[in-house]
Design a protein around this ligand. Structure first.
Ligand code: AMP
Length: 302
């Protein structure tokens, strides 16, 4: 598997391939790859001539007290998984090349970065937007693939791409789940057996909310109260119903919304969300809304 470690070399590779008329798909990751990441790779391989997967644990999105040092780093294994998916190149830049001495430039996406995870992790989306902008500038992709598991992140990246004229198509794909409903995450590795069982109430709560909204409930407070009830055994960070585009809280469900939750299970903070659009014909297309999408159902995968 070809690996590039330096931004200059990466940019040169991308420009050379574009000069040959090739289309490039980018899948940005922090590694410790699971089926969720692989589903993004699969889509990119299908839709582009070449797929670059970036693997970079981005220090700019971790606060000093967070898990930057403990974050799982499994480059060799990740390369093998990526190769098996048909990825053409791994871009695994060195932190010192990404953030040289006296680094001073950051991207901020105002308002969208402030709510939800931005409240307890105020540094986070500035770090994410900055690293994604840097990855876009070096891999120069035609399309980039992101998971709706990180719903706020998708909204922020889409807005950044529009506002800063990146001219890249952002493809957002459904959350891949374990067969019992737990959203796949590199951080699930941190969970003890009993915490993993407790964590299942997160996806259960979203299923309950989905049923409520599908049955016609439009009052956000009532939906949130139900979710809180199902998640009561966890240390809840937030449960919010927000406008799917603006990420601002809604009182009643009139258009596309995202129900987003974050909670600590033991020492591990997990996030999950679901999207709901009351104007869609829910019953005609239940699969589209099935939050229990798993790798062996509609999303395909390895
Ligand atoms: P990460 O390595 O956690 O930064 O994630 C890299 C990309 O994979 C992001 O676009 C995530 O949204 C996406 N991703 C992470 N978990 C999942 C999942 N369970 N299903 C689909 N995409 C995911």
């Amino acid at each position: 598997m070809n690996i590039i470690h330096h931004p200059d070399e990466m940019r040169q590779w991308a420009f050379d391939r574009r000069a040959e008329g090739k289309t490039i798909g980018l899948v940005p990751t922090m590694g410790a790859l699971h089926e969720g990441h692989l589903s993004l790779m699969q889509a990119s391989v299908e839709e582009n001539d070449l797929t670059v997967a970036s693997i970079f644990v981005n220090p700019a999105q971790f606060a000093p007290h967070e898990d930057y040092d403990q974050y799982p780093r499994t480059l060799k294994d990740d390369c093998a998984k990526s190769e098996a998916m048909g990825v053409d190149l791994i871009y695994a830049p060195n932190a010192s090349a990404m953030y040289p001495r006296n680094y001073a430039s950051y991207v901020e996406v105002e308002r969208l970065q402030d709510g939800l995870c931005g409240v307890t992790r105020p540094h986070f989306f500035r770090g994410v937007a900055t690293v994604v902008a840097k990855l876009f500038n070096t891999t120069v992709p035609h399309k980039a693939y992101f998971g709706l598991k990180d719903g706020q992140q998708v909204g922020i990246i889409k807005r950044m791409v529009r506002d800063l004229d990146f001219g890249i198509e952002i493809v957002a794909l459904p959350t891949i789940r374990e067969s019992d409903g737990l959203a796949m995450s590199s951080r699930n590795k941190y969970l003890s057996d009993s915490d993993r069982k407790r964590a299942l109430c997160i996806s259960r709560s979203l299923n309950t909310a989905q049923e409520l909204m599908a049955a016609g409930e439009v009052d956000a407070a009532r939906v949130i109260a139900k979710v809180r009830e199902v998640m009561h055994s966890l240390e809840i960070d937030y449960i919010e119903l927000v406008d799917a585009e603006e990420l601002t809280p809604v009182d009643s469900i009139k258009g596309p919304v995202m129900l987003a939750v974050a909670a600590k299970v033991g020492d591990t903070r997990l996030i999950d969300n679901m999207r709901f659009d009351p104007t869609d014909d829910f019953h005609a297309a239940p699969k589209q809304y099935d939050i229990n999408t798993s790798i062996d159902s509609e999303a395909g995968g390895a």
